[in-house]
Design a binder for this molecule. Structure first.
Ligand code: PHE
Ligand code: FE
Length: 276
């Protein structure tokens, strides 16, 4: 993703990427030649392992669009995906060195540019990585950018982010991103499925989010979501469920300014608080 640091929490460690490569808008060239055989192998193994468990757990739209990423044996060239993506929804992938600040992140989304971290995790980070890498960003986020409804939602989210930044409300908006784009569940006719990138790129959280009796699953409402804090270093204890991407789109259509005003005065919910 290269999601704004607010989404992943202000990190105590410096980010891994080399930001001297980046232009003013934080984009850089995808350094494809720098990938090693081991990097490609890591991508391939992550891809295969995750693919195996998608049926019954991932949303139908995600499964349908996944082949658009191209060959699974090696890290794709973003420009190669872009040829298909631009035709499908007029979105483009741009490379970034890693997490970027929120305003440039919103700016890119508002222009239908999706920032993708270009480096991949080390083999010892196979199970879990603190920062989003190219596998999370590509595998988790990009298939649904081929979906017209989600594609439009993401652009509007970017525009809404620029507005939230002016209103000092990024934290509330970031929670909506977290509980939809990163950790969203959808009720499909065949059953509960994941559409959030953080879930779809995680081997453990994908079955957990759909099947575990441990977390609570609440119907998505703007108010509950935007008042709920989140944990970045454990499986979620609260998921929000939508009925359709259309519902998500309609729910977020209006001007959030009065909502931010109202919510500012209300108490927050802890990430694991059992109180709908
Ligand atoms: N409609 C929201 C606003 O006016 C912006 C937004 C759009 C937020 C889509 C999330 C998703 O602020
Ligand atoms: Fe992400």
């Amino acid at each position: 993703m290269a999601v704004q640091p607010a989404v992943y929490g202000a990190s105590e460690r410096p980010p891994r990427g080399d930001y001297t490569r980046a232009a003013d808008d934080y984009t850089c060239a995808q350094n494809w030649a720098a990938y090693t055989a081991q990097d490609h192998d890591t991508y391939h193994r992550l891809y295969l392992r995750q693919c195996e468990q998608l049926p019954g757990l991932a949303s139908a739209a995600f499964i349908a669009a996944l082949p658009q990423l191209g060959a699974k044996e090696r890290i794709p060239r973003f420009d190669d995906i872009n040829e298909r993506l631009y035709k499908a929804t007029r979105w483009q992938l741009v490379a970034v060195p890693g997490l970027i600040p929120e305003v440039p992140f919103f700016q890119l989304l508002a222009n239908r540019k999706f920032p993708v971290t270009d480096w991949i995790r080390r083999p010892e980070e196979f199970e879990y990585i603190v920062e989003p890498d190219v596998f999370h960003d590509l595998f988790g986020h990009v298939p649904l950018l081929f979906n017209p409804m989600l594609a439009d939602y993401m652009q509007r989210y970017g525009e809404g982010g620029l507005k939230a930044a002016r209103l000092g409300s990024c934290e509330m908006l970031a929670r909506l991103y977290w509980y939809t784009i990163e950790f969203g569940l959808i009720r499909e006719s065949a059953g509960l499925r994941a559409y959030g990138a953080g879930i779809l790129s995680s081997h453990g959280e994908l079955p957990y989010s759909v099947h575990s009796p441990e977390p609570q699953r609440l119907p998505l409402t703007l108010e509950r979501t935007m008042r709920t804090r989140y944990k970045i270093d454990s499986y979620q204890q609260t998921y929000f469920v939508i009925d359709s991407f259309e519902q998500l789109f309609q729910l977020t259509e209006g001007d959030f300014t009065p909502l931010y005003e109202r919510l500012r005065g209300l108490p927050e919910f802890a990430a694991d608080e059992r109180n709908p």
